[in-house]
Design a protein around this ligand. Structure first.
Ligand SMILES: [Zn+2]
Ligand SMILES: [Zn+2]
Length: 150
């Protein structure tokens, strides 16, 4: 089962779906897959040598969306820097409200706070209920949680 949060602004039409997503590499480390963890995903993640969680947030200092790849399992011979490079190159490039999304890679780091890769501002790794709206000045994002079944 995957958890999904819909963030909706209480003042403008901005809304954005945050999916609970995990990533894993194939055996050759040539392909990164990003998936909502449904039942058959867990087997693939268990087999993979390199996997972790994905978080999405927004930096209101430099107005960029930040996608964080948090590596939780590394059984490869790659070091941290090589893993960061591999993930940045392989990860899906996304756009939210036509803005590109900055990527950040964390290795075995469970902190709730991250440093924005653009401006080094400290921000929460995930959007929270009541975060400022990225699109308008006054709005606040209200979070609604729902669950996707297999
Ligand atoms: Zn808004
Ligand atoms: Zn920033």
């Amino acid at each position: 089962m995957g958890q999904t949060i819909k963030h909706k602004c209480n003042s403008c039409d901005f809304e954005f779906i945050e999916e609970d997503k995990e990533f894993y590499f194939n055996e050759e480390l040539t392909k990164l897959t990003e998936e909502t963890p449904l039942f058959n995903t867990f087997q693939k993640i268990a087999k993979s040598q390199l996997s972790g969680n994905i978080y999405l947030t927004y930096c209101d200092n430099c107005n960029n969306f930040i996608k964080t790849y948090s590596v939780t399992k590394n059984e490869t011979s790659l070091d941290d820097e090589e893993i960061k490079e591999l993930i940045i190159e392989s990860g899906a490039s996304e756009q939210i409200t036509n803005e590109p999304v900055e990527k950040l890679v964390l290795i075995r780091n469970d902190d709730r706070l991250i440093k924005c890769p653009k401006c080094e501002n400290e921000i929460l790794k995930t959007l929270t209920h009541g975060s400022g709206c990225p699109k308008c000045e006054n709005g606040k994002l209200l979070a609604n949680m729902f669950t996707i079944n297999d």
